[in-house]
Design a protein around this ligand. Structure first.
Ligand SMILES: [Zn+2]
Length: 123
């Protein structure tokens, strides 16, 4: 069986809040990952049995399943394809990461006037 469970503790990150810890079980099963913070569950699972956060691949897309309300059956589904490294906005010429002030020309993006000029010259 390809089933494996890990247990870790997560801790309060805000220095102004009470320093609580929650035990979290992470289950790897059938090519999916399920996350179970102790005391948190799902509508359709008994207390202590629910895993309200999942990570899976569905139709070639990486997504998160988040059961964020124990009184609702349907999860929120968060598609992660826009977080893919290959979707990073890059200069069409030098491939450098582009900042907000990028230059657009014929639907292409450039990091600088010199890259735009070099691309124009090559056309
Ligand atoms: Zn460039």
């Amino acid at each position: 069986m390809s089933e494996k469970t890990y247990t870790i503790n997560i801790k309060e990150q805000c220095p102004d809040s009470a320093p609580i810890e929650i035990k979290v079980n992470i289950l790897s099963e059938g090519g999916q990952i399920w996350i179970q913070p102790q005391g948190y569950g799902e509508k359709c699972a008994a207390d202590g049995e629910g895993f309200p956060i999942g990570i899976e691949i569905w139709q070639n897309r990486l997504r998160l399943l988040v059961f964020d309300d124990i009184n609702r059956e349907d999860p929120q589904i968060i598609d992660l394809e826009k977080a893919k490294e290959t979707t990073r906005t890059r200069c069409n010429l030098c491939k450098k990461d582009i900042e907000a002030d990028s230059i657009k020309w014929k639907g292409l993006l450039f990091c600088s006037e010199s890259c735009l000029d070099a691309c124009r010259a090559a056309q």
